[in-house]
Design a protein around this ligand. Sequence first.
Ligand code: ADP
Ligand code: MG
Length: 386
Amino acid sequence: MNDILIQNTTAFFEKSFGTSPEKTVLSPGRINIIGEHIDYNDGYVLPAAIDKIICFAFGKKNSKTSKVIAIDLNEEFEIDLTQEVKLSDVVWTNYIRGVIKQLQDNGFSFEGFNCVFSSNIPVGSGLSSSAALECGMIFGIKSLFDLKLEKKDIALLGQKAEHWVGINCGIMDQFSSVHGLENKVIQLDCNTLDFEYHNADFKDYSLILFDSNVKHSLFTSEYNTRRIECEEGLSIIKSHFPEVKSFRDATEEQVLSLKDKFSGKVFSRVHFVVKEINRVIKACKALDAGNIELLGELLFETHYGLSQEYEVSCEELDMLVDTAKEDETIVGSRLMGGGFGGCTINLVKKGHENEVKRKFSKLYLDTFGIELKFYDVKISNGTTLL
Ligand code: ADP
Ligand code: MG
């Protein structure tokens, strides 16, 4: 599938600019096995890059302007690199403007370039097409003009570009798009950016994403509320247990002992966070031991925590996970990403993939009148030159 994407992107560059591209960059989307909503709560996450990518073809332009073509949208724009970079009404161009701005603001100088890009990462389904876009652009400009940028710098600049566009994201998406390795998951400490690879051998199970095809508008407001609730919860824990500096230091027992000290929903939020941080550690051990059934159990636990305690699920996602829980050929399932829509991640027994897809498609369509989409994912390399 990626071969055709690469051929088409290359051909489009040649047709548009009359020469072959000088650099071709492949930049992947990502999944997160476990560790949800804890990137901003001092936790570890367990993401991986996948075999869905944006392909970019780059060439020097020998001028002070750059031209970028989004093949999938059939749109293009030009930017004068000598002028101050400003936000535009055309959203996709902002990710590119943001990248150019971050590189310039951080002292990197480069000349004009031509770029065309095309993608097979579904947009807005939680596979982080935006991070793939930012990191692929930075990687391409770096390669074309020999900029001294380490992988970590690319991820951090990509994140800053996304903040500039207006999304206050954590570092996980860009980090995993850049640092991904085939058949490895990345245990990432979002505070320090320390990371460790673990083998991603799912044995008798296939990783399949079920795309609910819904995106409820609650996402942004609830996300901000959760951040405030967690800050409040942490300060209460700290005031009773001075040795606790971050959620990572807190135990479930401590949280339970303070149950009547938290207001409103704060107890449930904090209880989820402390348990989720522990689940990531357990999940790494389960993967290392090849115990995929245990890993699957942890995924279900995460889902029910996200749904009942953290309250970021929705009826469509809950139905998909409840149905998976009853299905003997699925050992693990949970909502993946921020919630209120997007995908569930599932571990499906090999040989049963088609039957599972048929069953879930029909049930989902009958219940919600919405088509369920499926993405088979393989864990693959991070942003790279072809
Ligand atoms: P995701 O979960 O996929 O990252 P976002 O809303 O964060 O969803 O980012 C999606 C945005 O990234 C799109 O609205 C668009 O502006 C940009 N984008 C992603 N893929 C493409 C593409 N193939 N062509 C043009 N723009 C893209
Ligand atoms: Mg995104």
